[in-house]
Design a protein around this ligand. Structure first.
Ligand code: KG4
Ligand code: ZN
Length: 350
């Protein structure tokens, strides 16, 4: 089975083709980062317009890369949410139109399920059950994953997501956009224990997170370090970046440890844009070694938004549709800015 996957939930246009026999056959990505950088964040209307410009040419490129024609495809999968509604509408409309024209099912895919199962695309794929730490620009969640579509939310951020905290810290320190990679780069030159940072909500039980206090702490600290001209010295910027990153990483690590103790599972999956963070990977790897857990994460380009994860989850859901007789699908275009991951339908058989 071959499935075309389309991702347009935010500022990346991703198109990929997944084949059950041969894996990823094509993976095309266009990032709008340069366009939004000027504004210091994603401008939703500009994002939608750019997806319109880039999507169809990328579908063409993906078909060429995979050496496929539309007749070779069995389904078209697309992100239905969560994300920016205008941006999602571009992908869902094109995906449903192509699927209808080609006479194959259109499969709506949850963006965070895409992130969460992306490590399955790697050679050393995790087995069910596992705990997933989903850390992206819009989400910070711990999920008990028992199978495809069998998810139980264990905890989540009550305010800012981890990626959002990185982005806001980068803005405050006048580093680039999107913030995560810039903060990580600045942190390499910094001393993480130069300033004291809190590890929010780690002193009380539970698996929820809160990063807005850490953001305020960073803002207050930065203001005390400004010189007369209002700028912060490069070394101080690096020290703040390192201290902030360490605080986020420690907080995530403490909650992962708790989630694994609570579930009794021995596998941890790290996914979403912040999963590309080297310090987070390093510290979780040391902890995993110590505790005897298996740690899985996707290659960096499958941590941030991409079409491959949507094509992959689309394939799992298309297979289950075929097994159920194949008629239970529609071309209705329905996108949502939010959708709880634990309300997705389970996929019984693969
Ligand atoms: O998964 P993603 O591409 O999009 C969403 O679904 O939100 O995640 C983007 C987020 C941004 O907040 C970005 O700053 C963060 O992931 N990010 C990182 C790194 N690379 C991307 N955060 C920390 N360290 C990184 N290396
Ligand atoms: Zn994402």
């Amino acid at each position: 089975m071959k499935v075309l996957g389309i991702e347009t939930s935010c500022d990346e246009t991703g198109v990929a083709i997944y084949d059950t026999e041969r894996g990823i056959l094509a993976d095309q990505l266009y990032s709008q980062v340069e366009m939004h950088a000027e504004f210091g964040g994603v401008v939703p209307e500009l994002a939608s317009r750019d997806h319109i410009r880039k999507l169809l040419p990328l579908v063409d490129l993906a078909l060429k890369e995979a050496n496929c024609t539309p007749e070779d495809l069995d389904a078209v999968a697309y992100t239905f949410g969560p994300g920016l509604v205008g941006a999602l509408l571009v992908g869902s409309t094109l995906a449903s139109t192509l699927a209808w024209t080609w006479g194959i099912p259109a499969i709506p895919v949850h963006h965070m399920e895409g992130h969460m199962l992306a490590p399955m695309l790697e050679d050393n794929a995790p087995d069910f059950p596992f705990v997933a730490l989903l850390v992206s620009g819009g989400h910070t969640q711990l999920v008990d994953v028992r199978g495809v579509g069998q998810y139980k939310l264990l905890g989540e951020s009550l305010d800012d997501a981890a990626g959002e905290a990185f982005d806001k810290t980068a803005k405050l320190l006048k580093l680039g956009y999107p913030g995560g990679p810039w903060v990580a780069r600045a942190a390499e030159q910094g001393q993480a224990d130069k300033f004291r940072f809190p590890r929010p909500m780690t002193d009380r039980p539970g698996l929820d997170f809160s990063f807005s206090g850490l953001k305020t702490h960073t803002l207050t600290l930065a203001n005390t370090q400004r010189q007369e001209n209002g700028e912060i010295e490069a070394q101080t910027t690096a020290d703040i970046a390192a201290g902030f990153q360490e605080a986020v990483v420690d907080t995530l690590l403490i909650k992962c440890r708790r989630a694994l103790e609570q579930t009794g599972y021995k596998q941890l999956v790290l996914a979403g844009g912040v999963a590309a963070n080297i310090r987070l990977r390093e510290k979780l790897a040391v902890e995993a070694d110590r505790k005897g857990w298996a740690l899985h994460y996707p290659r960096p380009e499958f941590c941030t938004d991409n079409g491959a994860m949507i094509a992959y989850v689309g394939t799992l859901r298309a297979q289950s549709l075929v097994q159920a007789g194949g008629s239970n699908h529609s071309y209705e275009i329905e996108v949502v800015p939010r959708f709880p991951i634990d309300q997705l339908p389970a996929v019984e058989t693969l």
